[in-house]
Design a protein around this ligand. Structure first.
Ligand SMILES: Cc1ncc(C[n+]2csc(CCOP(=O)(O)OP(=O)(O)O)c2C)c(N)n1
Ligand SMILES: [Mg+2]
Length: 370
């Protein structure tokens, strides 16, 4: 059974699916036109990057791609609500969050081409926010207790920082989820848990993950608040995160459930043959980018041909970034995928390194393609 945000009375929303919106709530956000436009541009850029990445994968240029269309508001709004010194520990498909935090598109693509991440603890304070406080974490659920532990450490060291960690509806079935939330509640940690309920974990639907109506309802069991928010409304995800970040600074965690829907396949390796096109249609009608446009036109933040021009510019940037990422990947030694994983690599890592190098010698870049 697919869930729709409008079915829940308690679900927070500022912009309705038809584009109408709550004027007072928008005014209370106190966002200037530049910021309102930036949220839009980040979502459009994420969509353009998604399309380019998928197309390059289909052409055999990229070995793998995770899909994110329709999820942009759940990724961009929370990222915009964080301060520069705050952390955002993301999952695999949150391109919009990385874009909003300023990570160059080329670097996002290089992560998927080569496992590239900028991470240097020696120079951490001189680095840009996206370099020092925005990792991709791909081992499902592990990021939850890691973030609680990280923020406990930062708190003990006296830093005034908040850590936001994203986890999926599937990831929330792991014991890691319980450990992380319990730890944060007990130790009063400056953490925000963002549960991205996109209603699928590869081919497993959300009603096979939980018998409860919402994930937000779990929060009181850990001693803090849970909030359900319409995940296709970028201003609602922004507002809920803003509030949660303020509370986190006072040692009070929050669980935010952003209810949305994964319209794309899980990844480029997924045949996506376990659901019907009919199921996707209501979510195309709830598209987060289209929904936000009416408000921006009304307020004069967008005019006439702006959406088309913004989209074209985003597509151009995605194409250029892909070209330079592919060129950079060619220059990098394939061995770099093993760097900075282990301080003392176990023997099987050395074996894998040898195997990859032998394949690379025989097949060149094709060694990286599936
Ligand atoms: C520990 C671990 N097990 C399995 C996988 C393979 N895997 C990648 S994503 C995914 C599904 C996760 O679903 P969900 O948490 O809902 O996140 P979503 O992909 O929907 O964003 C799985 C099983 C993995 N990356 N890590
Ligand atoms: Mg999911």
């Amino acid at each position: 059974m697919v869930r729709f945000p409008e079915e829940y009375d308690e679900c927070e929303r500022i912009i309705a699916p038809d584009g109408s919106y709550d004027d007072d709530a928008v005014a209370a956000l106190d966002l200037d036109d530049g910021t309102l436009r930036e949220l839009y541009e980040s979502m459009v850029q994420a969509r353009a990057l998604e399309e380019r990445g998928l197309s390059l994968q289909r052409q055999g240029e990229f070995h793998f791609w995770m899909e994110c269309r329709g999820l942009e508001a759940a990724h961009v709004g929370p990222a915009a609500a964080l301060g520069d010194r705050d952390w955002m520990n993301t999952e695999w498909r949150q391109y919009g969050a990385h874009i909003q935090r300023g990570r160059p598109l080329e670097d996002i693509l290089l992560f998927w081409l080569r496992g590239y991440e900028e991470w240097d603890t020696e120079t951490i304070d001189e680095m840009a926010p996206y370099e020092r406080r925005l990792p991709h974490i791909v081992a499902v659920g592990t990021q939850v207790p890691q973030t609680a532990g990280l923020m406990w450490g930062r708190k003990l060291q006296g830093y005034d920082e908040v850590g936001l960690v994203s986890v999926g509806d599937g990831g929330a079935s792991k014991g890691d989820f319980h450990a992380g939330l319990n730890f944060a509640g007990v130790l009063e940690l400056p953490v925000v848990f963002l549960l991205l309920n996109n209603q699928w974990a590869i081919s497993t639907p959300v009603d096979r993950q939980t018998a409860a109506d919402t994930y937000a309802a779990r929060a009181p069991g850990y001693g803090f608040d849970g909030v359900l928010v319409d995940g296709n409304d970028v201003l609602a995800t922004y507002r809920a995160t803003r509030r949660a970040v303020d509370r986190a600074r006072d040692g009070e965690p929050t669980l935010i459930e952003a209810l949305t829907y994964r319209r794309g396949a899980h990844s480029s390796s997924d045949a996506d043959d376990y659901r019907s096109d009919q199921q996707l249609e209501p979510w195309r009608e709830r598209d987060p980018i289209d929904r936000y446009e009416t408000l921006l036109f009304d307020r004069g933040v967008l005019e006439g041909g702006d959406p088309a021009a913004i989209r074209e510019a985003a597509e151009r940037r995605a194409a250029e970034a892909a070209e330079s990422a592919l060129a950079t990947a060619e220059e990098q030694s394939p061995e770099e995928v093993f760097d900075e994983v282990f301080a003392n690599p176990p023997a099987y890592i050395d074996e894998q390194r040898e195997e990859l190098l032998a394949l690379y010698e025989r097949h060149g870049e094709a060694a990286f393609r599936w």
